[in-house]
Write a protein that binds this ligand. Structure first.
Ligand SMILES: [Cu+2]
Length: 169
């Protein structure tokens, strides 16, 4: 990793930390230890410009060596595209899904909820993982939390949840 990229990543984390609590779709942690099994909750702080949330779809970053979604009462859980099976087989040989979706529920715009993953982090510290999330809402509205700033201090309208991989214990 180049210094420039590291600096950009640090700037991103500063931005993520500065966003107001409950805003957007964010991760409940800004760091995770390398080479560990880690729980990540994706926090949904509001709907799509007033519309209730009816679906959360995420792309599992290829850096994660496994990812298990927690079922969410009242929502249908689907996983797809076990693309990493060749390189990153999960525990007991189960492949990591490429995509995870919770759909068919209803989360009011004024309410808050968390959608939980249990993942195996990358073997080495130093990177920043992006988890792109698409939020679907009533009436066909969609919010894509998939952007990542390319320069320190750059503001993006719809940032993806970010987690820095740090040295393990
Ligand atoms: Cu927001």
């Amino acid at each position: 990793m180049t210094f420039r990229f590291k600096a950009a990543a640090l700037g991103l984390l500063a931005l993520a930390a500065a966003s107001p609590a409950g805003a957007h779709v964010t991760a409940d942690r800004s760091e995770m230890p390398a080479d560990s099994y880690v729980r990540i909750a994706l926090r949904v702080g509001h709907g799509c410009q007033g519309a209730a949330t009816t679906g959360i779809r995420l792309t599992v970053p290829s850096e994660l060596r496994s990812a298990r979604p927690m079922p969410h009462p009242g929502w249908t859980l689907e996983t797809g595209g076990a693309e990493h099976a060749g390189h990153h087989a999960g525990h007991h040989g189960a492949p990591a899904p490429r995509e995870i979706a919770w759909t068919g529920g209803r989360l009011e715009d004024s309410h808050f909820d968390e959608f939980v993953l249990f993942v195996r982090s990358p073997a080495e510290p130093g990177s920043v993982i992006t988890i792109p999330v698409v939020q679907e809402c009533e009436g066909g509205a969609v919010a894509r939390w998939t952007e990542r700033a390319s320069e320190p201090g750059e503001r993006v309208a719809h940032p993806a949840p970010l987690i820095r991989v740090v040295a393990g214990r």
